[in-house]
Design a protein around this ligand. Structure first.
Ligand SMILES: Cc1cc2nc3c(=O)[nH]c(=O)nc-3n(C[C@H](O)[C@H](O)[C@H](O)COP(=O)(O)OP(=O)(O)OC[C@H]3O[C@@H](n4cnc5c(N)ncnc54)[C@H](O)[C@@H]3O)c2cc1C
Length: 448
């Protein structure tokens, strides 16, 4: 049976992390209030608070599974709303240096492709239907309020659209506001240290366009992922989304200019190692403008290293870790973090003060979930110009990874495990199976 942990919880931000956290907390608090600075649209359209939503947002299978724990009908509802099911391995084409393309096999699972705005809209509707959650839009949180002894958070101050300022109290507050300014400002104010940050500077430029899927579209794939080579730093991704469209993005590392017009977009696609994306879009009908976005770098905030953190406050999602978006991990990790939160809450249900120290336990417990996606993000050190501290064993890891790719290309079982790790369905330790590692190391020694 579920125990109640308090009367009121507040979630700051109605993005993917915030919506999922609100749904999770609604089982443990009498009421949950979500405060979102944006006006929340009544249709799946992009809003100002999440400008990244104009870019392709891949929801990895592990992320969808994590979301389904809180929104069991999500997969079915997304499909009803137009999301496109793609079979991993057989219907998605992976092009990467040395494998253009990687061998195609049915890897036993699907993922759903849709625009970020559709995904968020469907998840939001589930939250709106939950009777003990109030979703308050146009409420910008300006400050987290601390207790008189400054060791806990007791509420928030926020501004409404009409300029009125309010303060509300809560037993527990989740900061899912993405940037983390509220949590960092609170730490400064109460005299606690900010978390150390690890940054991987990549100056990634994104351009995303939408095309109508032409009747002549290739039948042997539904999605294409083109990973950049170290020399060019140029990549691309094409996925089918709702309304019979392809959403296509092209990326350039280290400040490369990305296209502004459709003509430039198609010309840029021609400069990739293969012509798969170029040939698909060259005669397709574009829909709407090209949307561009700049991403300076991945950032991991080491909250787990702090000696002290205010009680009853829990940051999550992008507040903790921002990954190179080209790997499509951020939403999935945010959803998995909420799963960790839920399990911690359940485990503390008999404690006298279950919220006491919850954040510290959370920071430790999520490290296991951050490890694999962060390792993927660290692969950006393959580029000479990437800024930051390369892990000491980076070259050894890189060699092992290349050898694992070769093993996976030849062995369907290893290919499946590798894809499950990439889709955050399994931990990266699954690839440390002694048999797999010995095959990879044999290949490494053969090539030296
Ligand atoms: C270009 C780009 C492409 C990406 N592609 C992918 C992808 O393919 N797959 C993937 O999984 N992830 C991707 N991501 C990452 C993904 O967008 C984030 O990781 C994910 O949205 C994190 O969710 P969140 O809830 O932490 O933050 P967000 O979803 O950004 O939500 C934060 C919310 O907080 C609100 N807010 C902020 N401040 C306040 C305040 N003071 N008061 C009230 N509300 C506030 C904002 O308006 C917003 O609604 C991409 C990111 C970028 C930049």
């Amino acid at each position: 049976m579920t125990s109640l942990f308090g009367r009121h919880a507040i979630v700051v931000g109605a993005g993917i992390g915030g919506l999922t956290a609100a749904k999770a907390l609604s089982s443990y608090f009498v009421n949950v209030t979500v405060l979102e600075r944006d006006a929340l649209p009544t249709a799946p359209i992009v809003r100002t608070g999440t400008p990244q939503a104009r870019q392709i947002h891949v929801l990895l299978r592990g992320g969808l599974d994590a979301l389904m724990e809180f929104f069991p009908e999500l997969e079915a509802e997304l499909e009803r709303a137009g999301a496109v099911r793609v079979r991993v391995g057989s219907e998605s084409l992976l092009e990467m240096p040395g494998f253009d393309p990687f061998p195609r096999r049915d890897l036993g699972f699907d993922y759903l492709c849709m625009t970020r705005q559709l995904m968020e809209f469907v998840a939001r509707r589930f939250v709106e239907r939950q009777s003990n959650i109030a979703l308050n839009s146009r409420c910008r949180v300006t400050q987290l309020v601390e207790s008189p002894n400054r060791n806990a958070v007791t509420g928030v101050r926020y501004d409404e659209a009409n300029g009125r300022s309010n303060e509300i109290a809560a037993d527990f507050i989740v900061d899912a506001s993405s940037r983390g300014a509220l949590t960092l400002e609170l730490l400064d104010r109460v005299g606690l240290l900010r978390p150390q940050e690890t940054e991987i500077g990549i100056d990634l430029r994104y351009a995303t366009a939408m095309f109508e899927i032409p009747p002549s579209a290739p039948c042997d794939w539904r999605a294409v992922l083109h990973r950049p080579a170290a020399q060019s730093g140029r990549g691309g991704l094409l996925v089918p989304v709702e309304n019979n469209c392809w959403q296509v993005n092209l990326t350039g590392m280290h400040g490369q200019l990305v296209p502004e017009s459709v003509g430039e977009f198609i010309a840029f696609a021609k400069t990739l190692r293969t012509q798969t994306i170029h040939d698909a879009i060259k005669d397709a009908v574009p829909i709407g403008p090209i949307h561009r976005f700049g991403f300076p770098g991945s950032i991991r905030r080491h909250f787990e290293r702090l000696d002290s953190f205010p009680d009853r406050l829990l940051p999550l999602g992008d507040v903790i870790c921002r990954f190179n978006p080209a790997f499509g991990q951020g939403m999935s990790v945010a959803a998995q973090e909420v799963g960790v939160l839920k399990r911690l809450i359940e485990a503390r249900s008999l404690d006298a003060d279950p919220l006491n120290g919850l954040a510290q336990s959370f920071f430790v417990a999520i490290q296991d979930f951050l490890a694999a996606p962060w390792t993927v993000t660290e692969s950006d050190f393959i580029f000479e110009k990437t800024r930051g501290q390369r892990p000491n064993d980076f070259h050894q890891r890189l060699k092992l990874n290349l050898a694992l790719q070769r093993v996976a290309s030849e062995d369907a079982t290893v290919h499946q495990i590798m894809s499950e790790v990439t889709h955050l369905m399994k931990r990266s330790s699954a690839l440390r199976d002694p048999q797999i590692v010995s095959r990879a190391t044999a290949l490494m020694s053969a090539s030296t």
